[in-house]
Design a protein around this ligand. Sequence first.
Ligand code: NAD
Length: 352
Amino acid sequence: MKASIMVLPGDGIGPEVTSKAIAVLEKIASKYGHEFTFNEALMGGIAIDKFGTALPDETLRLGEQSDAILLGAVGGPKWDNPTAPVRPEQGLLKIRKHFGLFANLRPVKTYPALIEYTPLRPEMLEGVDMLFIRELTGGIYFGPRQEAGDGDSSYDTMLYTRPEIERVAHVAFRAAQGRRKKLTSVDKANVLAVMRLWRKTVVEVHEDYADVALEHLLVDAMTMHLLTRPSSFDVVVAGNMFGDIITDEASVLSGSLGMLPSASLASERFGLYEPIHGSAPDIAGQGKANPTGTILSTAMLLRYSLDLETEAQAIEQAVENVLAEGARTADIAHGGSFISTDEFAQAILNQI
Ligand code: NAD
């Protein structure tokens, strides 16, 4: 297969981890007979420095000609002023909107080799393997709002339309069909009208997926169930804000931010793939970045944008083997010995 991938290294450790992810994709291409081309473009602080905007038009144009986007991370102390008119994270919101990336997928699993270092009791975490699907382009982060300005009231609006809920529910049910056939929908239907529409719509979409078991949980209850019975969840779907909060809570179950990948999908096959962590300016340039989240994001890219499931699993298995062998980057060494970003990525390449 031929595929063209736009790479946005971004800031901080972004370039360090994306270069390792490209090496993994190149290895996959040579092993399985594919031809991937990589086109680098600018987004984030580095784009602000060069063009005065976090997401230049040239980057959007290049993205439109690509099959998928691989992103490192954006931001850093140099651009962190929250009142500055131009900020790196504006690039993230703009690129999601531009490409209609409405479904954010975050798998969270625990690795037997790391389980003892997570904050919950190890026996609670055995078999944790969930896929969160967060609606990404609607809800309260995009609804009508009023800043307080000089006055003393302001508001944000949680607004969802039926089609917005339907399309993310279809993504979630289809994902559940390919896994353990269980979907948990998270809402606040006891209080919010918009969440009653959410629940009603998810129930309607369920009619097309009779083989999937559906449960509904209120978001406040979900925060507890995530900690008391994490291994009982398979696929979890939630609106934008609730999804934002519960996916961060769930990320601690895996032991390090550096381990987790994500995919943001549009309709059809197009998607943007990135680790869930930020630009980690505190460790940038020191060879301490864990490239796993970005490398596992390339597995998601192969699975969802290129339909290369065998190749995706080859990467995931390689990561598991490297951890089982005892290789660790600094963030998952817990005081023990660790190897550099380069060495860890090389170990994964050797396993593929
Ligand atoms: P962060 O995720 O960058 O770092 C939090 C902590 O985790 C740090 O101690 C860091 O060293 C560590 N860490 C993160 N990724 C790691 C990795 N791959 N390997 C090893 N350790 C890792 O979050 P932060 O410190 O709150 O934010 C730093 C900058 O990143 C800010 O400018 C923020 O706005 C930006 N940010 C960007 C994104 C994104 O691009 N999607 C997401 C979150 C934060």
